[in-house]
Design a protein around this ligand. Structure first.
Ligand SMILES: Cc1cc2nc3c(=O)[nH]c(=O)nc-3n(C[C@H](O)[C@H](O)[C@H](O)COP(=O)(O)O)c2cc1C
Length: 155
């Protein structure tokens, strides 16, 4: 199964998780980058009110790819806004989409529902790839949690 790992990261923890996952899965990595980043309040505000954040040009074509492993931080209970933009713009029709959340320890159910809603109508098979609580974890701890998740995703 050909897998691509896609991630957005504002502060680096999701980047660490995504690159470790991709290394373990032998997968290509693609980064979602916001056109303009904002501060903590701006991120929370945009998340709560669902304000679109534009993303920089990236490869949104997943032809020949079976599965996308999407790594996203949770912002105010929802996937980070640039990830929401990615889900609307990417050509994900007919793909498997495993979502990996990085969080401060909050719930992820509503965020997974948001992902499902954003790809509704694209025939995407959405599943939860896992959740990693990043608070107070150094890079080594994040990498080893990601490697553990990768073992589940490789099955
Ligand atoms: C604006 C903002 C809102 C957040 N809201 C939540 C939340 O609702 N629940 C939660 O568990 N973590 C929340 N977090 C924590 C992040 O999801 C977590 O720190 C994540 O690992 C950050 O990823 P990054 O380092 O790749 O940017 C929030 C972080 C930010 C910056």
């Amino acid at each position: 199964m050909k897998t691509v790992v896609v991630y957005y990261s504002r502060f680096g923890t999701t980047r660490t998780v995504a690159t470790a996952l991709a290394g373990a899965l032998g997968a290509e990595v693609r980064e979602i980058r916001a056109v303009r980043e904002c501060g903590f309040l701006g991120m929370g505000f945009r998340s709560v009110f669902g304000i679109r954040m534009a993303i920089r040009p990236m490869n949104l074509d997943f032809g020949g790819v079976d599965r996308v492993v999407l790594c996203t931080p949770i912002w105010a209970g929802r996937p980070a806004n640039p990830v929401r933009t990615f889900l609307q713009e990417a050509k994900l029709e007919g793909k498997k989409l495993a979502v990996v959340f990085t969080t401060g320890g909050g719930e992820t159910g509503p965020a997974l529902e948001t992902v499902r809603r954003l790809v509704a109508g694209k025939r995407v098979e959405v599943s939860l790839g896992g959740t990693i609580v990043t608070r107070k974890k150094d890079e080594g701890a994040l990498r080893s949690e990601a490697t553990r998740l990768a073992a589940g995703l490789a099955r």
